[in-house]
Design a protein around this ligand. Structure first.
Ligand code: SAM
Ligand code: SF4
Length: 326
């Protein structure tokens, strides 16, 4: 069992397969030109398998593959199939662009639930936010995955003045489609132009939705990061991930493994622990994992609090989101 000094059991591993991506979302990537990690410095397939197995032997029962964009990795299908052999619930966060190529492999791997990111329902805005023209492809792939009976969660990062005017369009989308929209508060990462006045909070999102819909709060599960709601009669639901205004660190059970093989014990941790080098050298990796989790801060990496006005992105020491794995 992997436990931190606050008694939180860590049984959920998020593995980043790559820090590369076929999109360029400004809130995820550094502003300046970014050199993606060369393949030789990324965990190789057998290393991902070996490390994942170690975590599972020590109590991990859920694995999420993420990135960068996990589905642009050439051996993504091999990795998905191989990890599906472990006794875990396996899932994926993707921008959806390449999902149509993975339907069979996902079914074969018993991946039932997918998080697909889509921040706008407007084609032109999509291009503005992601610097790529993939709106139609992503939208069609979401529809395709629903037709194939996948449980689809749609991640929408809400940014004040950019897409907060679309919140109710997303809720409307849940009327006839069994989609589970997750509004995510904009978070600060290295080089992502964050400022507290661009955050559209849980409270503000609820105010906007309540103006148009009657809403019903749904029951949370123990480790839920999202506060869930539905509009009675709608086929889908919506939820809010309020990392910034109402963090949920108390129930945190997540460990992150970056594509270059480092553990981050929190999305906002300053420190990282290299596992890949010792793993390649045949050293004891498990003791490093336990030590890293024991050092986990109580809340938000110990770097800030939920008083938004006091959060100054430039004072937070961290990687960019694309290199962590969201
Ligand atoms: N490429 C995949 C995708 O876009 O879903 C997986 C990686 S992405 C880093 C994982 C999630 O992090 C996405 O839902 C993305 O919207 C979210 N994300 C990235 N930067 C963020 C930020 N600054 N604040 C909040 N969420 C962010
Ligand atoms: Fe790529 Fe996902 Fe980051 Fe957008 S949010 S740049 S799709 S990794």
């Amino acid at each position: 069992m992997i436990e931190d000094s606050f008694g939180r059991i860590h049984d959920y591993l998020r593995i980043s397969l790559t820090d590369n991506c076929n999109m360029r979302c400004f809130y995820c990537m550094p502003e300046e030109d970014y050199d993606f990690t060369p393949a030789s410095r990324l965990m190789q397939t057998h290393e991902i398998e070996g490390l994942a197995k170690l975590f599972v032997e020590n109590g991990v029962n859920k694995i999420r593959l993420t990135g960068g964009e996990p589905l642009i990795r050439k051996d993504a299908d091999k990795i998905i199939l191989s990890l599906s052999q472990l006794p875990v619930s396996l899932t994926l966060t993707t921008n959806g662009v390449r999902l149509n190529h993975f339907i069979n492999i996902l079914k074969e791997s018993r991946v039932h639930s997918l998080n697909i990111s889509l921040d706008t329902l407007q084609k032109e805005k999509f291009q503005l936010l992601s610097r790529r023209d993939y709106f139609q492809q992503v939208y069609e792939n979401i529809t395709l995955m629903l037709q194939h009976d996948f449980h689809v969660k749609v991640n929408m990062v809400v940014m004040k003045g950019l897409n907060d005017d679309e919140i109710n369009d997303f809720v409307e989308w849940t009327k006839d489609q069994p989609i589970h929209v997750r509004f995510i508060e904009f978070m600060p990462f290295s080089g992502n132009k964050w400022s507290s006045n661009k955050v559209f909070t849980l409270q503000q999102i609820l105010e906007v939705v309540s103006r148009k819909f009657d809403i019903l709060r749904l029951q949370d599960k123990k480790h839920d990061t999202a506060k869930k709601f539905t509009v009675p009669g709608h086929a889908g639901t919506f939820a809010i991930i309020s990392t910034m205004s109402a963090p949920f660190c108390e129930g945190c059970n997540r460990i992150r493994l970056t594509a270059d093989g480092k553990i981050k014990n929190c999305l906002f941790s300053k420190e990282e622990t290299d596992l890949l080098t010792p793993y390649r050298n045949g050293e004891d990796v498990m003791s490093l994992i336990h030590k890293s989790i024991k050092n986990k801060a109580k809340e938000l990496g110990g770097q800030f609090t939920n008083v938004l006005e006091n959060v100054h992105a430039e004072q937070i020491l961290n990687r960019s989101m694309i290199t962590i794995g969201g």
